[in-house]
Design a protein around this ligand. Structure first.
Ligand SMILES: *Cc1c(COP(=O)(O)O)cnc(C)c1O
Length: 454
């Protein structure tokens, strides 16, 4: 650099913004965001990491894909519904529907008459059509909101009878009992941690009872000397039975025979069933309440319903999930294991051709926090040295792998076959970035939030 002060050589931001790619990015991403990226790259020139001539090129490459910081991540963990990765990926039909609804839309307008229409009618109708036993339904923000609305509207100042073994912590420190008590309802716990009998429930029912709650233990299994009481039995009581089935499985599924579903639970006599929309149902974050038309109407009219209502994007995506082709979560659940093995073999062979020590192995996938605890789904994976996990996670296209017995496993069950090419590119890039790290240059590039050219 001829000893010149590198600061003098940093191209000016305004000059850089004249580049057509950066100018276009300003209209797509907003000027402040583009300037922020440019500033980061200019800093590399100042520290002597990047030649001044590369600054426009590098800035164009460092631009984010969208104006939000959330990035798409490939879920190669083998956990089909991964809470840290935003739970269910939406189907193409759902994405198309939500984009179509994202502008102004006939959300609360009947176009035929010009009068006010019922918000969310299409999604509610689709839900009732999918669950024969459901006479009415309401859609709220999430599973927790569904429980809060039911508890507030039906048991505020009253008792909710619930088995001790069903007082579940959902995750991130949130506990269903705390949620219920926060509504002003009182919990009437019956039974013990491992056992509860019909008589325990029957003895607790009284004038103060709001309802009996059955909560599906969706993230743990109790084994040994256990007993619980089925909804069918509880429905003989003189009070409503509300069942929180959690996963949003609408009808029974052969791959997960012990997972409760909405249809069977309503048919067994539950007055209301609550569930999440973004677990096994495979839709957007939402809370579903299905069952008795009288009770659903009480919930719909409660002031809290307004605070828990979902937006048009959710309604559009949920309806399309229900009416459209099988969403990705169902496809993953039903994927043929031999096909997965074949994909793993082919991908491993392609990576070996690039000199990458990859091998195809059998693997065990799980549904995840979304339901079916303890169920193992036969799967296939590409196995790599464990160092690949971090390189894949921090790459241009982040991939989240599973570390098992000191190996980095890319489990294919949660991914559609087209993603195999994405994995191929990501693993190849990870190999390059690790090689670069050995040369000691990757650290600086990472610091600036950049990744190597492929
Ligand atoms: C997941 C779950 C919830 C919470 O639902 P969110 O949609 O996460 O609010 C409540 N109950 C059960 C049994 C669950 O599995």
């Amino acid at each position: 650099m001829g000893g010149d002060d590198p600061r003098r050589q940093v191209p000016r931001t305004d000059d850089m913004l004249a580049d057509p790619r950066l100018a276009e990015a300003c209209s797509r991403l907003g000027r402040p965001l583009v300037k922020q990226v440019i500033a980061g790259v200019q800093e590399l020139v100042r520290t002597g990491t990047l030649p001044p001539g590369d600054v426009v090129e590098e800035s164009a490459r460092a631009l984010p894909a969208t104006a939000a910081t959330l990035r798409p991540v490939v879920n190669a963990t083998g956990v089909l519904v991964h809470t840290n990765l935003g739970r269910a990926p939406l189907s193409t039909a759902a994405v198309t529907a939500l984009i179509a609804a994202s502008g102004t839309t006939d959300l609360e307008l009947d176009l035929a008459t010009g009068r006010r229409g019922r918000r969310g009618k299409g999604a509610v109708d689709a839900l009732c059509a999918a669950v024969a036993a459901a006479q009415a339904a309401l859609i709220v923000n999430n599973g927790a909101a569904a429980l809060v609305l039911v508890a507030t509207a039906l048991a505020q100042g009253k008792e909710i009878i619930v088995a001790r073994g069903e007082l579940v912590e959902i995750g991130d420190g949130f506990r269903i009992p705390d949620l219920l008590v926060s509504t002003g309802a009182r919990l009437r716990e019956v039974g013990t941690t491992n056992r509860v009998a019909f008589e325990d429930y029957a003895a607790a029912v009284g004038p103060d009872t709001g309802f009996v709650l059955k909560v599906h233990p969706s993230n743990f299994v109790v084994r040994g000397f256990t007993s619980s009481v089925e909804v069918r039995r509880l429905s003989a009581l003189a009070v409503p039975v509300v069942a929180d089935v959690g996963s949003g499985l609408l009808v029974p599924h052969p791959a997960i025979p012990d997972e409760p579903d909405v249809q069977s639970t309503l048919a067994a006599g539950a007055a209301l069933v609550t569930a999440s929309g973004d677990k096994l149902l495979g839709g957007p974050q939402s809370g579903l309440i299905l069952g008795s038309p009288e009770l659903v109407e009480i919930l719909r009219r409660h002031p809290l319903a307004r605070a828990l209502r979902v937006d048009k994007l959710t309604l559009a995506a949920l309806e399309a999930t229900l009416r459209g082709p099988r969403p990705p979560v169902s496809q993953a659940l039903e994927a043929d294991t031999d096909r997965l093995r074949e994909r793993a073999r082919r991908l491993a062979a392609r990576l070996q051709d690039r000199g990458i020590p990859a091998s195809a192995v059998d693997s065990a996938a799980r549904v995840g926090g979304g339901g079916a605890p303890g169920v193992s789904l036969a799967s296939a994976a590409v196995s790599l040295p464990s160092a690949y996990a971090a390189a894949l996670r921090t790459g241009q296209q982040p991939v989240l792998a599973r570390i098992e017995r000191d190996r980095c496993l890319l489990d294919l069950r949660a991914l559609d076959p087209q993603t195999d090419d994405v994995l191929h590119v990501a693993v190849t890039a990870a190999q390059l970035s690790m090689a670069a790290a050995v040369e000691g240059e990757a650290a600086t590039l990472n610091q600036a939030g950049l990744t190597r050219r492929d």
